[in-house]
Design a protein around this ligand. Sequence first.
Ligand SMILES: Nc1ncnc2c1ncn2[C@@H]1O[C@H](COP(=O)(O)OP(=O)(O)OP(=O)(O)O)[C@@H](O)[C@H]1O
Ligand SMILES: [Mg+2]
Length: 305
Amino acid sequence: MNGAYDIPLSGRKIGIFGKGGSGKSTCTVLMANALRKRGYQVCVLDADSTNIGMPQALGVDNPPQNLIDYFGGMVFRGGAVTCPVDDPTRLKGAVIDLKRLDARYLRRNEAGIVLLAAGKMGRHGPGEGCDGPLSKIARDIEIDDADESPPVVLEDFKAGFEDSARGVVTGLDWAVVVLDPTTASIQMAVNMKRVVRQIKAGELPATAHLDRPELVEAAHQRYTEARIKGVLFVLNKISDEASERYLREALAREGISPLGVIREDRSISAAWLRGEPLDMDSQNEMGQLIIMGIEAAERACKLSS
Ligand SMILES: Nc1ncnc2c1ncn2[C@@H]1O[C@H](COP(=O)(O)OP(=O)(O)OP(=O)(O)O)[C@@H](O)[C@H]1O
Ligand SMILES: [Mg+2]
């Protein structure tokens, strides 16, 4: 065990959300690098059921095998992993020790960042249900490491609000919303802030579709036991002062103050275009600022509890 055990985000699960193309995956890579530089063990869970770019962005040539296979496949073909909306019960075997996990399911890049992948819908057949089982993996997975401090887990979600509506937020410590300069992003930020506030206030999920009392009970339990501490915000693709000011003012009216601003950077779009590793060195200071902001929020939570 190293000194990182005492640093505040060790063992925390952070989900990255935002509208399509806002920069969730870019911000995930930036945060992963910044965390690593601060001495954390870092594990990225690719929880986007569609997009395929995360391995290359992290400099991993050969993607890991999907965890949906590890957990026994999707329910729609008789597998073990159910959809969290129909079946809110906890995923079996969700605590994974990286030292014991079969190497097929895990990749480690040059910086030592671990990459896991929930699964991709593209390889499933027509009529194969939905990606709910992948949300369940993201909601329930807990990553441990027998020989090291517990990693910070960064979950890179697909675009939009569906994963949140399925309850993934209940399994996170922090949600980070990435905003590009659009009205849709502002709305997404406001919605996430409201949902996290409702969960923290003890609001229970919709269960009218559940016919068994034990499933209703399980759904309620997920929400009453939710450990989410808050939602934080990062601006991305900012190219000029006027749009930054507009965004900041619109967010301030909603009581939102972003942790940091990632500028529009052609080297970022070029790396995504070519499927090359994202070299975030030029953004390292911003990455550090964002992580320090999350650490400060974590410390503030500890003090107030
Ligand atoms: N700071 C930036 N500067 C320039 N281009 C950027 C920046 N961030 C993201 N991009 C561009 O926007 C595209 C989307 O970025 P990214 O894949 O990180 O977003 P996302 O929210 O994960 O998208 P998706 O919803 O498809 O998962 C990238 O392909 C890249 O071209
Ligand atoms: Mg993405």
